[in-house]
Write a protein that binds this ligand. Structure first.
Ligand code: GDP
Length: 311
């Protein structure tokens, strides 16, 4: 099987095979599931980190600086950058691909962009599968950078172990940030561009908002970084390590993985539903409901039963 050959090559450090493997999974979710079943699944030794934030806050620069700190000790790191897709080609924006290539020259660092393909939440359809695959490839660290386009990428919280929310000084109306759901998902908050005025005030605002949040478990830390000069990057990595330590000692890490696998299962069911029933057929079922020939629950049951007929 092609995917398995690529997987073995990627395991041996072949960066080309790594890229092809990610593309394969990106283009074919079922292929990904087949592969995941053939390989030994992750044992939970990989750090999976989601970097979330609006466009231009410095996510890519931050990851670049972070790689400089992490890669030093010979760690193997995978970076998957979820790019905004062009609505016309479905492909990742070229500029982002080029920007990420700068990092990919470091030894032990594997970088790949994926398009969002119009899925809501800024996460590409197969992100959870990709993360599982990269854990199985025994990467020490997997970093997922989300598109940061439009609606903030809340889906990351379902697939990554440590979520780093990136903001900048003067990030605007704090109510907007709270409304966007950002205050719910972060394990670590970073005020990047701390060389700009207002960084301290931004930290204080975030801390105030976090204080009013109902939390169970570990309180999120708020850090300042300047990705371009490297200030605060070592501290950010130490905080990520501390959070991962908390996840494994508290048992929360297992819960996050269960959440990631739930995402895979739900998406697969949704895919099967979508491939069995096209929009017109669903429309016909809804019409039956309107004409009182079916109850809505019966229409739903018909749609779900349709999946079982396929497999
Ligand atoms: P992304 O869209 O979130 O990935 O943002 P980028 O990493 O592409 O950064 C956007 C711009 O902000 C670039 O011109 C960076 O050089 C700049 N930038 C990133 N981090 C910092 C920082 O800490 N301080 C300053 N002054 N500029 C930064």
């Amino acid at each position: 099987m092609e995917a398995l050959v690529l997987f073995r090559k990627a395991c041996n450090g072949d960066k080309g095979a790594f890229g092809q493997l990610v593309s394969l999974v990106e283009n074919n979710g079922r292929e990904a599931l087949g592969l995941l079943e053939q390989i030994e699944l992750a044992k939970g030794n990989t750090f999976t980190v989601g970097i979330v934030g609006g466009p231009g806050v410095g996510k890519s620069t931050l990851i670049g600086s972070l790689l400089g700190v992490i890669a030093k000790d010979g760690r193997r790191i995978a970076v998957v950058s979820i790019d905004p897709s062009s609505p016309f080609t479905g492909g990742a924006v070229l500029g982002d691909r080029i920007r990420m290539q700068v990092h990919s020259n470091l030894p032990g660092v594997f970088v790949r962009s994926m398009g969002t393909r119009g899925y809501e939440g800024g996460l590409s359809a197969c992100t959870a599968e990709i993360i599982e695959l990269l854990c199985a490839l025994r990467f020490d660290v997997v970093i997922v950078e989300t598109a940061g386009v439009g609606q903030v990428d809340l889906g990351i919280a379902d697939v990554a172990d440590t979520v780093v929310v990136t903001l900048v000084p003067g990030w605007g109306d704090s109510i907007q940030v709270a409304k966007a759901g950002l205050m719910e998902i972060g394990d670590i908050y970073v005020v990047n561009k701390s060389d700009h005025e207002g960084a301290f005030a931004a930290v204080r605002d975030i801390e105030l908002m976090l204080d009013s949040r109902q939390i169970t478990g570990r309180k999120a830390k708020v850090l300042q970084t300047s990705a371009t000069s490297g200030v605060g990057i070592k501290e950010l990595w130490e905080e990520i390590v501390a959070h991962q330590g908390y996840l494994s000692s508290s048992g929360q890490g297992i819960k996050r993985r269960i959440c990631r696998l739930s995402t895979i299962i739900k998406r697969s069911v949704f895919d099967q539903l979508a491939s069995k029933w096209n929009g017109n057929q669903i429309y016909d079922l809804a019409t039956e409901v309107v004409n009182e020939r079916l109850r809505i629950s019966e229409a739903i049951k018909k749609a779900v039963d349709g999946i079982n007929e396929v497999s």
